[in-house]
Design a protein around this ligand. Structure first.
Ligand SMILES: Cc1cc2nc3c(=O)[nH]c(=O)nc-3n(C[C@H](O)[C@H](O)[C@H](O)COP(=O)(O)OP(=O)(O)OC[C@H]3O[C@@H](n4cnc5c(N)ncnc54)[C@H](O)[C@@H]3O)c2cc1C
Length: 363
């Protein structure tokens, strides 16, 4: 009934991403963090692997089918290379996946072919809000229907790549339910604010976005007049984030494990000391446990099951796991872990973001 074997295509995909992660992403990620930008050729190479187009059915210009399981395998392999670069390359997924899950036929026909073109599409999504206790199911941004027009008002934060986005998928509260709306750039009342100065994932440009009486036709509501089942979209998003956390944690673990084997103190590699060996063993166990939770939720979603509980359990566990694995990785390096020359402080800063992505696990 349960099979953990990757199929041929999944093996080829993860091998290709693994090579890109090792040979390109790992070469630039430290400088990218300092400079606040991923080199364009690395983003291009990541996009050209074609993970998203292989998820889009042929009828809309793609060459595959949407599989959550394949998506999480790809996400883990990418994030091992670098989280910020991965989030940059995956930003179009924030629009394409909800579209595939909930779009009307006309919306799919209109928008999905864009994601199968050679260049990274200039789209983004805006869910998070600059409020205390952000709850994606109780958004402060509002959508009010007036005749055939929606009027949107509110503020969004952590909107990736908003500076160059031509289309925004804006999540807003309509009569107590979270709905999503396609908003073109240049519409009156939509303002992209200053770039946010982040603690981690500093190479990913994110922005605040303001909506003041933004008026859009009702046909721009995702899913048409019936709208979307937001919980389903959130579950898909959380599972993808879980896979990213596992990938980055694995990177931090492997780095600190290899360091511990090389670092000699008091005449022996520190990996031979029980306090270090046990810590590394626990890190490995925590990562494996987290991966199984991600895979379980992904499998449920691929079966068309709701997966709300498994996605919430997974998120709760994974948010803690990634932070504590990266913290222990830093501890294995001792004082060197605290120095920016080594990557573990970067992974620890990145890890803190997972508890905030998509709202806390408790909501
Ligand atoms: C913010 C900061 C400020 C600092 N300020 C000063 C300062 O003012 N003056 C100064 O002299 N130093 C300072 N240090 C350095 C600090 O004292 C060392 O980092 C610390 O002693 C650990 O040494 P190390 O970095 O070489 O790590 P390592 O000795 O390589 O240790 C790496 C890991 O292995 C573990 N380990 C090492 N040996 C053993 C063993 N025998 N058994 C079990 N576990 C072991 C350590 O606990 C650690 O987790 C500072 C460090 C930091 C982060």
């Amino acid at each position: 009934m349960i099979n953990f074997e990757l199929d041929q295509e999944q093996k080829m995909l993860t091998d290709a991403i693994g090579r890109l992660a090792q040979e390109r992403m790992r070469k630039v990620f430290r400088d990218a963090d300092e400079e606040g930008i991923i080199p364009a050729d690395v983003v291009k190479a990541g996009w050209e692997i074609g993970v998203l187009p292989t998820s889009i059915p042929e009828a809309y210009g793609g060459f595959g089918d949407y599989s959550v399981m394949t998506g999480v395998l790809a996400a883990e392999a990418f994030a091992w290379g670098d989280l910020a670069a991965t989030l940059h390359v995956m930003t179009p997924n924030l629009v394409a996946v909800p579209l595939m899950l909930a779009g009307t036929e006309a919306q799919k026909e209109a928008h999905l072919p864009l994601f199968c073109e050679p260049g990274l599409p200039n789209v983004t999504a805006a869910l998070t809000e600059p409020v205390i206790q952000f709850d994606p199911r109780k958004l402060k941004t509002t959508a009010v229907l007036e005749n055939d027009t929606y009027v949107l008002n509110g503020s969004k934060s952590f909107v990736p790549l908003a500076e160059n986005a031509e289309t925004f998928l804006i999540y807003a509260n309509e009569d107590g339910r979270t709905q999503a709306f396609f908003v073109p750039r240049g519409v009156d009342g939509l303002t992209v604010g200053a770039r946010e100065k982040l603690m981690g994932v500093r190479a990913l440009p994110t922005f605040q976005v303001k909506l003041e009486n933004v008026k859009i036709s009702a046909v721009n509501k995702l899913g048409g007049s019936e709208g979307i089942d937001f919980g389903r979209i959130l579950n898909h998003s959380r599972v993808a984030l879980g896979a990213l956390a596992v990938g980055m944690a694995r990177g931090a673990f492997e780095y600190s494990r290899d360091y511990a084997k090389e670092r000699v103190q008091f005449g022996e590699p520190i990996a031979h000391r029980q306090s270090i060996a046990f810590m590394l063993a626990e890190m490995a166990m925590d990562i494996d446990a987290a991966r199984l939770l991600v895979w379980e939720a992904a499998w449920q979603l691929d079966q068309g099951k709701e997966a709300t509980q498994s996605a919430a359990v997974m998120k709760y566990y994974v948010d803690d796991m990634v932070l504590s694995v990266c913290d222990r990785a830093l501890q294995v390096l001792g004082g060197y872990g605290y120095i920016r020359e080594y990557p573990v402080e970067l992974w620890l800063r990145n890890a803190r973001a997972f508890a905030s992505f998509d709202g806390m696990a408790i909501v």
